[in-house]
Design a protein around this ligand. Structure first.
Ligand code: ADP
Length: 619
């Protein structure tokens, strides 16, 4: 069984190539001829492109041979002769389906040796510029894709690297070969009209490194490729570029993707991967049996403007000044790009915080406005409250005014009758006049006080001795108290107790407390009809005013509620007096509270900051 299987495989294997050839397909093997060292990354990328295409087209079974001719380093005709001999022997029993020739030197080699080695094998080329010299190398069974970087493109890149460009510096021996970069020199009159040229092609490496270190400003280096220094030292062109870039004092423009990242700024770059794919694709078509004349020569899309970000920074070149569609490589990610999530989180937190702060500021502003509004309402209410109080006291005020007026009248009459005497007693008349003056002052004091009560003024802070406030209010209420049969007493501190505040408003507080106390006292038997106004220093930082009565007192559960607006237990009451008093006290950064008096009655306390301790006062 096993033997039979082996026979079938042998039969299929030996018949298959014949079948392929019979259906128009070619031998499934590709020979890639590289002009240079296949280990350089440029040629390695081209080779990888060809291999990818072979695999992608289902031709992965196609054998790929690769030969690097290394003609740049070995230019002896005898070497080439030995190479031909070597290939003849090597490929004698290995038929080739298609040759892929990479680089002008490979085409030149084929032009000389193809008839001997592979006379009927079609050729696909890549990495060859479109020049009369290169077209002359193409035999009829050759097709391929050209790869061109024009001098105009190199100069456009140089102008991007140095916007004030007046001179270009040519570096690289490949300038010499008309079929490789040599054509750039022919393009010069058209592309570089007004530019001066320093030609350093062919200068040995040591000298070159010295010269490029001292180039004039407004210049840029255009690097083709250096393979040797002409003195027996061979370089990979990428390494040679590195050596030049190390000392160069001006930006270097290049033409190959694999040179990027070696110290050059960039330019219009040949893309070896694309060149390899194009050549591979065309080779597969040939292998599939398509006649070469059906596959036309093409211009290719294998050049792109690409720049090295680090060099752009070094030469301070703005990205906006680069040729359109430029790609930037080696960009160092910013902190934000590097720590994307962390940055986003931080930004989110800052935003949320900003929102919260804005919200809080808005809230604060609203509260401030509401406070102003409340304050103005309160001041209106306080004014109304004072008018009501004044209204209530009309009778007693009239009475109070009547007394001095009556006294003035009787004193005036007495003075008149004294004057009628033959020898009037002038001293006595003088005393009478003094009495009249005192009574008059008393009457005008009452009127002044009443006026200030009715005045609707703005909050005005001034330094007040709280003893004066209590004394004035109790004096003002004296007649009222007399009418109501209540005894008013004051028990004032022996020292001056200064507070910052509005005189009228603080008087209103004491007035409200005293009126309430009189209301409470009124119902009581005679000996309990007393109201005491007291002042005393607090803990050194405040003063305490208390109004004591001996009335019915306030039940414990009602103590807190009495300050609520519109809370009243009186038939005619409005219930605003204490709430106004509390607002006024709080505006003075003070505190008001009520308590039971041991032995019956109520005590209302008002504590206010002492002026010397009241740092945050409103002036
Ligand atoms: P009104 O005097 O118009 O009722 P207030 O706000 O001045 O309004 O007082 C509210 C309530 O507090 C009074 O109705 C009364 O019940 C109680 N009150 C105030 N002062 C005293 C006091 N000295 N003794 C007992 N109760 C009082």
């Amino acid at each position: 069984m096993r033997q039979l299987g082996a026979v079938i495989i042998w039969l299929v294997a030996s018949v298959l190539p014949t079948c392929l050839l019979a259906s128009g397909q070619r031998q499934g093997s590709i020979l890639v001829l590289e002009q240079s060292d296949v280990r350089s990354s440029f040629y390695a990328d081209i080779f990888a492109g060809i291999r990818d295409e072979a695999s992608a087209r289902g031709q992965s079974h196609a054998t790929i041979y690769a030969e690097n001719l290394d003609l740049a380093r070995f230019r002896d005709p005898q070497y080439e002769g030995s190479l031909v001999e070597h290939f003849r022997t090597k490929y004698a029993d290995h038929p080739i389906g298609v040759i892929v020739a990479i680089g002008v030197d490979s085409l030149r080699f084929l032009q000389r040796s193809k008839a001997t080695l592979w006379h009927d094998v079609p050729v696909v080329f890549g990495f060859v510029p479109d020049q009369p010299e290169t077209r002359a190398l193409l035999s009829p069974d050759t097709t391929g894709t050209f790869a061109n970087v024009t001098l105009a493109q190199m100069i456009a890149a140089a102008r991007a690297a140095a916007p004030d460009l007046t001179r270009i510096v040519l570096v690289g021996e490949a300038w010499k070969d008309p079929a490789i970069f040599g054509h750039w020199k022919d393009e010069m009159p058209e592309a570089g009209v007004d530019l001066a040229v320093t030609d350093l092609s062919g200068v040995n490496m040591q000298e070159l490194r010295r010269r490029v270190a001292a180039l004039p400003a407004q210049s840029a280096i255009i690097y083709s490729a250096i393979y040797s220094d002409g003195e027996g030292t061979f370089y990979s062109p990428a390494h040679a570029l590195e050596l030049v870039a190390q000392t160069a004092n001006r930006p270097i423009v290049i033409a190959s993707e694999t040179f990027l990242g070696r110290g050059a700024i960039g330019g219009f770059l040949l893309l070896p991967g694309v060149i390899g794919h194009d050549a591979g694709r065309q080779a597969m078509r040939v292998l599939a049996g398509e006649p070469v004349p059906n596959i036309p020569l093409s211009a290719g899309d294998n050049v792109r403007p690409i720049f090295d970000w680090r060099q752009l920074q070094r030469w301070q070149v703005a990205e906006s000044g680069l040729p359109q569609g430029s790609e930037i490589r080696f960009r160092t990610p910013t902190i934000v790009e590097q720590y994307r999530w962390q940055s986003l989180t931080a930004v989110a937190i800052i935003l949320i915080q900003a929102l919260l702060i804005t919200g809080m500021l808005y809230e604060r502003q609203r509260r401030h406005l509401a406070e102003i509004e409340a304050r103005s309402r309160m001041s209106e209410l306080a004014h109304l409250n004072r008018r009501a109080t004044a209204g209530e006291m009309t009778a007693s005020i009239a009475h109070e005014l009547n007394q001095p007026l009556a006294a003035i009248l009787s004193n005036a009459e007495a003075a008149e009758s004294l004057l009628k005497r033959p020898s009037p007693d002038l001293a006595e008349i003088g005393e009478i006049l003094l009495d009249i003056r005192r009574d008059d002052e008393r009457a005008s004091g009452v009127i002044k006080h009443l006026r200030s009560l009715l005045k609707k003024g703005e909050f005005e802070a001034e330094l007040i001795d709280i003893n004066d406030t209590v004394r004035d209010v109790f004096q003002f209420l004296a007649v009222q108290a007399l009418v109501r049969g209540v005894k008013l007493e004051t028990d004032l501190a022996g020292t001056v107790l200064h507070v910052w505040g509005d005189r009228i408003e603080l008087e209103q507080v004491v007035l409200n407390l005293a009126m309430n106390a009189m209301d409470a006292a009124e119902q009581q038997p005679k000996e309990r009809r007393r109201v005491i106004g007291r002042t005393e220093p607090g803990n050194g930082k405040s003063v305490v005013v208390s109004v004591v009565d001996f009335g019915q007192g306030i039940p414990a559960e009602r103590l807190a509620r009495v300050f609520d607006p519109f809370f009243t237990t009186k038939e005619q009451g409005m219930g605003v007096g204490l709430s106004i008093a509390r607002t006024i006290v709080e505006m003075h950064r003070g505190r008001i509270w009520a308590d039971q008096r041991p032995g019956g009655g109520a005590v209302f306390f008002v504590s206010l900051p002492l002026a010397s301790a009241d740092k945050g006062r409103t002036k």
